[in-house]
Design a protein around this ligand. Structure first.
Ligand code: AMP
Length: 216
């Protein structure tokens, strides 16, 4: 049984590892960041509201984010487990998640915390490129696509996320330190945290996490 949260600063490897884990365990990868980006692309009311926060690096308000997750959790693919990536990001969200999961009798059973030093996070963010179609991440120096500027999987163009610049990233790190990092203590108190070295390459990190999840 895997009802997991991936916790850690932006660019610590959560999204890349969650994609691999989701494939390996056939579990939904619930990334609120991806959901907001889809809503922005589709120009929905939630997307228009969220963009004004995301572009500057600020968190989207808790009520909007929680409503999005509540809707997602009601879908049938969440009945056999899930992996949250980028949610919860505040104590208010964590409390709301606990209530939502009580209803479906699937409490969080593990929180995977990815640690990574600041200079490495900044290096990753400034070189990050994302496939405009499937969201696969690349890096201009260390994770190059086979053909420059296009995704290996679907040939779609690679883009730089609007919030992957030093100004917005500084705001995102501050939001992480002030609002999200307290969740480490919150889940430690519940005995749910396991730490992983987010500096490692994605494939190695994936192996570490998989070895741990297989013991659950
Ligand atoms: P991410 O792709 O997880 O880095 O998320 C990108 C941006 O979406 C964040 O910087 C926030 O502005 C917003 N966002 C994603 N998840 C949340 C959340 N759980 N709470 C509030 N804002 C979020």
């Amino acid at each position: 049984m895997i009802n997991a949260i991936l916790l850690g600063p932006p660019a610590a490897g959560k999204g890349s590892v969650a994609k691999l884990l989701s494939k390996h365990y056939h579990l939904p990868h619930i990334s609120t960041g991806d959901m907001f980006r889809e809503a922005i692309e589709a120009k929905t009311p939630v997307g228009i509201l969220a963009a004004s926060y995301i572009d500057k690096g600020n968190l989207v308000p808790d009520d909007v984010t929680i409503a999005l997750v509540e809707e997602r959790l009601s879908q049938p693919d969440c009945q056999h487990g899930f992996m949250f990536d980028g949610f919860p990001r505040t104590i208010v969200q964590a409390d709301a998640l606990e209530q939502l999961l009580k209803k479906i009798k699937r409490p969080i059973n593990t929180v995977l915390e990815f640690e990574c030093n600041r200079p490495e996070l900044i290096r990753r963010i400034t070189g990050r490129r994302i496939c405009s179609e499937c969201g696969t991440p690349y890096h201009i120096d260390t994770m190059k696509p086979k053909k420059e500027g296009v995704c290996d999987h679907d040939g779609a163009p690679l883009l730089t996320r609007k919030d992957d610049n030093v100004e917005a990233f500084t705001v995102r790190l501050k939001a992480y330190d002030e609002l999200t990092a307290p969740l480490i203590g919150y889940y430690q108190a519940k005995g749910l945290i396991t730490q992983f070295d987010g500096v490692k390459a994605t494939v190695d990190l994936f192996e570490d996490v998989k070895a741990f999840l297989d013991t659950l």
